[in-house]
Every structure is written in C-alpha cells, then in structure tokens.
Design a protein around this ligand. Structure first.
Ligand code: DGY
Length: 280
C-alpha cells in the first residue's frame, strides 16, 4: 500500500486471512499498527532508502522559494522578458550564510542539515532527544527549543513524523514567532502544520513564503486557498519520487511482503512483537 491507503480498523475488520501489510513508504500514520499487531498482521515499511531524495527535495523547495524559481520560469515562458537586467519583482532572498532551523533530527533532518552546511548556513535543530555536545559539534549544528528556533531561523524545515504530538505542531502561535522574512518548508506530513493558519500567515505576511510537498488533504483540494498564493512553491508529494529511490522502495516493499508469505522475518518491519501473536 501507499500513504493514501487507510489501513484502519474498518479495513482490518473487512479482512479475515490478512497476514501482512507492506507499505512502500517510511511514513506509517495511515496504518493502525496497534490494531494490526493485535490481529497478528505483520507490517513492512521502507525506511532509510528515501532519506537523501527527500532531503534533496526539501533543499530544492528552499532554494526555489528563496529565488522564486517557478515565478521566474513563468516570466520567461510568458515572453515577458523584454529588457536587459533582472526585474525587481523577481528578486529573491539569499540562502548562503542564513540560518536554517530543522524540526525533527531523524535521518532526513540530518541529511537536510548536511546540505545546508554546504551552503554555509548556520544550522539549528530541535528534537525530543537532544544530541550529545560531541555529536552536535560533529554535525555542526546547535540545539534550540522550538520557540527559540522559530524566532532565529530564516528557513524552517519540517522533518518530524506525524503523531498525535506533532499534529498542528506549527499553528498560528508558532507562525507568529517566525521572522516576517522567514520561509517554511514542509516535506514531512501536511498535518504537522495547521494549514488554515499557514494560509493566513502567508496572506498577512507574518512570514515571507512556504515550500510545500505535503498537505492536510492529498491530492490537494482544487479550492485550497494555497493555490491562489504567489509566495508559495507547491509540489505534489514527490519527496521520494526519483526513479532510483522509488524502485528501491518498491523492491524492499516486495521483499517485506514475500518474506512473511514464505514464513521468514521481513528485512524491514514495524512490529516485531507480532511474532509472539502469530509466529512465522
Ligand atoms: C514516505 O515514504 O512516507 C513518503 O512520504 C513517500 O510517500
């Protein structure tokens, strides 16, 4: 399955012989893992493989938003480029030497920090678990509490999974803490941000822009007010969408599935405790 498929109690109630669910994704908020485990159903997923592709996309969104790449592209294609020199309305904001705040320092958050250091950005992070000073020094990053990170950063990038604790983590109060020149990037899950509050923040210029790969409702609703804003760059949930990454994800998802059907442990699974309930 994919993140759009809801493997919830209703789905599970409608199955009688289900042994294994294999999602071709690292995110698993679409699967009721607890309920599946109780029923002896194995859950495979595909972590690790999409780390770099997703960090690449997050950094692409950061650069595209900062340098107004979609607007520039449209300007040239519309044959509006008539004079020598760059039009003022297409002036962007510098990335080099600014401050990036990473929210959620898992595999993808770390890969994002690595890319930012290549652009000589100062990198701040916040996470439920703080690294040791030696690890922070090795990665060249500084810890902040969430509010301080939001106040200090020029770019804020979200890399936290969606859990009951992170739903609407970025709400109106948090958006108000950000600099009016700041840009928010979301390649994690749409509901980590309160989208209604984000639209107001973008319309009223509490912040300067947003680069989004994920939305509260996917595919995006044609009436979503984000579609009418010119200070956002929007892409259709393509974090892992490179040929190489999606092939590797599909292969691992297939291996996870086949392993359970053959009675062996899957290479990458979410609920090892299920073995006690339904031994392989
Ligand atoms: C994931 O794997 O969770 C990504 O969002 C791609 O769907």
């Amino acid at each position: 399955c994919l993140p759009g498929d809801r493997i919830d109690k209703t789905f599970l109630d409608a199955t009688s012989h289900l042994k294994v669910v294999s999602t071709s994704s690292v995110g698993f908020e679409h699967i009721d893992v607890q309920e599946a485990t109780k029923r002896g159903i194995y859950i495979g997923y595909t972590p690790g493989i999409l780390t770099d592709a997703t960090a690449d996309l997050a950094f692409t969104l950061l650069l595209s938003t900062a340098r107004k790449i979609p607007q520039c592209d449209q300007f040239v294609r519309a044959r509006n480029w008539k004079t020598i020199g760059s039009p003022l309305h297409l002036f962007g904001t510098s990335v080099w030497g600014t401050t990036l705040g990473v929210i959620g320092l898992g595999r993808i958050g770390k890969a994002m920090a690595e890319r930012a250091r290549g652009f000589r950005m100062k990198v701040l992070y916040t996470d439920s678990q703080r690294l040791t000073p030696a690890e922070e020094q090795y990665l060249g990053i500084e810890y902040r509490l969430l509010d301080a990170l939001l106040k200090e950063s020029d770019f804020v990038s979200l890399h936290t999974p969606l859990t009951p604790n992170t739903r609407h983590l970025i709400n109106a109060d948090k958006l108000k803490l950000m600099k009016p020149s700041a840009v928010i990037i979301n390649t994690s899950r749409g509901s980590v941000v309160d989208e209604e509050a984000l639209v107001i923040a973008l319309k009223e210029h509490w912040i300067a822009g947003a680069g989004l790969d994920v939305y509260e409702k996917e595919p995006i609703d044609p009436k979503n007010p984000l579609l009418a804003l010119d200070n956002v760059v929007l892409v259709p949930h393509i974090g892992s969408a490179t040929t190489q990454t999606r092939s590797a994800m599909s292969e691992l998802a297939a291996r996870n599935l086949l392993a359970v059907l053959k009675g062996t442990q899957p290479p990458s699974w979410l609920n090892p405790e299920v073995e006690k309930i339904r031994p392989l």
